[in-house]
Design a protein around this ligand. Structure first.
Ligand code: F6P
Length: 335
């Protein structure tokens, strides 16, 4: 192995820079050159390639975003796109490619593997944590910390004004951010994709819950975490409905892309550092079409296809605790 390529793809995640730095430093350590492709797969198609050395990744691990840029590249699904990428990789004499991204990016990596002979290794980077085979993805810890911090702030004003707040968090297909931010901030309720799929919450059940909590506690503050795309019209529509139809003082708060910025949490910097090195060492060990992951405290290699074909489940025990033990309204009273 003389030369490897690296790119960041899909929604950026805090810690992607730390992962890039780790890849470059590990490659240099083992006497391998690194070429970065800018703007994710688009860079592979445009041959937008830049050599990377240790000096190019100095002092970047404390920043979110990605210095080599990221993008969502729809065109990469096409066979011709993968063939063009393979041609470009070969023309640069690249032996292996590291893709830092989420499940969509891994699908792209697997697609490329059908048309290119080099080794391909994924590194899980997404705030959603919805990748099977790794305990956590790079960026997730930061997103939860940001959401928790926002929820703590919201609680101050909710308490002061005796209001209901609906705080919308990211994770349209997975409730990891929703569940853990709700638990770490003591939210009264959460609406998560996994829960909605099981049994969708109705407005009347929600109103009943809010009123009961307010009655039990003798005060009005009620904070709900809502995963994006889980209510028609989102937090804004729901809070308008609660005010207009049920006369509950309510405000929405959309955290949006704030969850992807600011200093990456220590856990993300460390995970990214370890997995970036692991990815390079997997290449040296001859691995191909796998994701460099951390599972049960060990560095492992997970077949790329499994990362999206299998579902990363929410922690059942956390769900139970948050939903039952911490629910101010006990089951008997709900009936
Ligand atoms: O995949 C990460 C993520 O932040 C999701 O939580 C969110 O639904 C999506 O990206 C937003 O994508 P975009 O930045 O393209 O609007």
């Amino acid at each position: 192995i003389k030369r490897i390529g690296v790119l960041t793809s899909g929604g950026d995640a805090p810690g992607m820079n730390a992962a890039l730095r780790a890849v470059v430093l590990a490659a240099e350590h083992y006497g391998i050159e690194t070429i970065a492709f800018r703007h994710g797969y688009q860079g592979l198609l445009d041959n937008d390639a830049v050599p990377m050395q240790a000096k190019d990744v100095l002092h970047i691990l404390q920043y979110s975003g990605t210095i080599i840029k990221s993008a969502r590249c729809r065109r990469f699904k096409e066979v011709e796109a993968a063939q063009l990428a393979a041609k470009n990789l070969d023309s640069l004499n690249i032996d292996a490619l590291i893709v830092i991204g989420g499940d969509g990016s891994f699908r792209g990596a697997d697609h490329l593997a059908n048309h290119w002979q080099g080794q391909i290794i994924g590194v899980p980077g997404t705030i959603d944590n919805d990748v099977y085979g790794t305990d956590q993805t790079i960026g997730y810890a930061t997103a939860v910390a940001i959401a928790m911090d926002a929820l703590d702030k919201i609680r101050d004003t909710a308490d002061a004004m005796d209001r209901v707040f609906i705080v919308e968090v990211m994770g349209r297909d997975a409730g990891f951010i929703g569940l853990c931010s709700a638990m770490s901030s003591g939210a009264e309720r959460m609406i998560l994709p996994e829960l909605q799929k099981e049994k969708a919450l109705t407005i009347s059940a929600l109103v009943k819950h809010i009123k009961r909590v307010q009655e039990i506690r003798g005060e009005g503050s009620y904070v709900m975490v809502l995963s994006e795309h889980q209510w028609p019209g989102g937090a804004v529509a729901l809070s308008e409905q609660l005010e207009a139809e049920y006369h509950l003082p309510c405000r929405p708060c959309l955290l949006g892309h704030i969850q992807r910025g600011g200093p990456p949490a220590p856990a993300d910097r460390i995970l990214a550092s370890e997995l970036g090195v692991h990815a390079v060492e997997l290449i040296l060990a001859g691995a191909h079409r796998v994701m460099a992951a951390k599972s049960q405290n060990a560095c492992v290699a997970v077949p790329l296809r499994e990362t999206w074909e299998k579902k990363h489940p929410l922690d059942e025990n956390l769900l139970r605790i948050q939903h039952e033990i911490f629910n101010p309204v006990k089951k008997k009273q709900q009936r």
